[in-house]
Design a protein around this ligand. Sequence first.
Ligand SMILES: *[C@@H]1O[C@H](CO)[C@@H](O)[C@H](O)[C@H]1NC(C)=O
Ligand SMILES: *[C@@H]1O[C@H](CO)[C@@H](O)[C@H](O)[C@H]1NC(C)=O
Ligand SMILES: *[C@@H]1O[C@H](CO)[C@@H](O)[C@H](O)[C@H]1NC(C)=O
Ligand SMILES: *[C@@H]1O[C@H](CO)[C@@H](O)[C@H](O)[C@H]1NC(C)=O
Ligand SMILES: CC(=O)N[C@H]1CO[C@H](CO)[C@@H](O)[C@@H]1O
Length: 489
Amino acid sequence: MIGLIESLLLVLVTLFVIYFIRSKPDEDSSIPYAKYGSYPIIGHLIAFTRNRTKVLLECHRRYGACFRIRLANQRFIMIPSHADWMAIVKNSSFKFTGTELGIEIFGFSSVFLDHPELDPDTHRLYVQHLKNRDGLHPMVVEFVRRMYEAMRNEKVSLEKNHSASKWISTGLLEFSHRMLFRPSTVALFGDIDTAALEQHFRLFDNKFHYFFIPFPKWVYSYFLRKELNARSSLGKSWQNNCDPNNASNFYRDRLAVYESHSDWLPKEEIGKLVTAFFWASLGNTIPAVFWSLFYILRDPKALQHIQQEMDVHLPFISLDEADSSTAYWTPEQIDSCMYLESAINETIRLVGAPFMLRKCCRDAQTSLEDGRQINIKAGENLAWYAGVSHFDENLFPRANEFIFDRFLNKKAESVPGYMPFGGGKSICPGRFFARYEIKTCVAMLLRYMEYQFKDMKAVPKQKLTRVGFGIAPPDHDVPIVYRYRVCSH
Ligand SMILES: *[C@@H]1O[C@H](CO)[C@@H](O)[C@H](O)[C@H]1NC(C)=O
Ligand SMILES: *[C@@H]1O[C@H](CO)[C@@H](O)[C@H](O)[C@H]1NC(C)=O
Ligand SMILES: *[C@@H]1O[C@H](CO)[C@@H](O)[C@H](O)[C@H]1NC(C)=O
Ligand SMILES: *[C@@H]1O[C@H](CO)[C@@H](O)[C@H](O)[C@H]1NC(C)=O
Ligand SMILES: CC(=O)N[C@H]1CO[C@H](CO)[C@@H](O)[C@@H]1O
């Protein structure tokens, strides 16, 4: 079903798109336009609104390794095979237009286009803090401590209410959000008022995907005013919050890099950059925790294996006993939980379906695995979609099922077609930290609490409009009850 705002936007796009359509006589005619699911003028927009995974799987089946699609005024050459895509990602004729995306989604000023030198500086920080163990270690340790603290605080306040042993009703998504939001935010950004950010985050995140579509400006100010306001409020709070206590070194170094460019980088834009970083730290990890818990809790065999290995590797530190000398779980202990790791990788395979985009910046050729050579014109957009690979039965037998030990002892590099975090230069730099967060959070929630679903049969779908932008949340929350365990079993 299409929501009201979607339908309105659809009508608007239809009206305005006519102005944008130009015929492109010199395009490579050997790349077929996918007629399946397409309507005049708007192209595949409706099919995409309904179920983009379905339409792209079907187009792949009908048109093979390369086909064109259109979403209103935007045209893409789809390259479904991951091997073909990797050849494109490696070639400098095809550029990742990250700054342009930042302008659309987070409202960055176009001043960034004139200052590509910020890129290598931020990249250096990714390498230093996010891509090597020494950099990650303190952030993971701090996250574990903050997570533990959040759970203890909740337990203490329940005890004050004399309801520590009672079942508490909530939604699993709401629960995942609540458990992750604060620990993650304070571990990265230090002691800040997370409650003030939370409401704005929720509003903006809820409509995040619309900011990818280059609607005319007035469409946003008319239909997404609340979200635009939330986005600018986030920017302002970060602007005023530039040196919190106990922030991670990663965040501190990042601010220092921005500061070193202050000759052209205004404070306001720094607020937007931090907003983007903040969104990226939560927008996909919250749904990842939700889906991981959802799949694991409903699979008794998975749950049993995971609980057994947690008993071995992750000591049960009573929530009542911790003090300043407590040794919390270390990253090494968390690493040892192989079944949990596999189950989370498998969850992300099922629900993590990003689009990867490249723009061709000079006329180029690329050869496909099927032996064809295709010509791509400067200005054309190319896209790869993880949803097609992740459901390819040849790569992942019984692709629609959650098989918790599918990835047991497999390394990311050894599984072709598995790219939930993208690939090449635009690969998500926070993927290692994100995995630690998801894994730690899920481990803690399984270790310290027990759950019951109100209705085992209710299986939510992914929120359709959000599919393609990382990990989509469910289209509705799943009612559960939970309570704190009294001991480790
Ligand atoms: C979308 O289509 C895929 C493939 O047909 C299917 O597995 C999935 O359940 C569909 N999603 C929704 C939300 O209907
Ligand atoms: C404890 O009770 C108070 C008042 O009834 C309520 O506002 C609060 O949310 C409760 N705390 C928890 C953690 O349930
Ligand atoms: C990239 O594409 C161009 C244009 O098709 C081609 O000439 C060049 O050899 C490719 N470079 C690499 C590294 O594959
Ligand atoms: C599974 O996740 C871990 C990190 O938690 C990663 O190191 C490993 O490579 C992943 N495996 C696959 C197949 O992606
Ligand atoms: C856990 C931790 O590092 N806490 C510190 C947070 O910042 C205040 C003020 O700088 C310190 O006093 C705490 O020790």
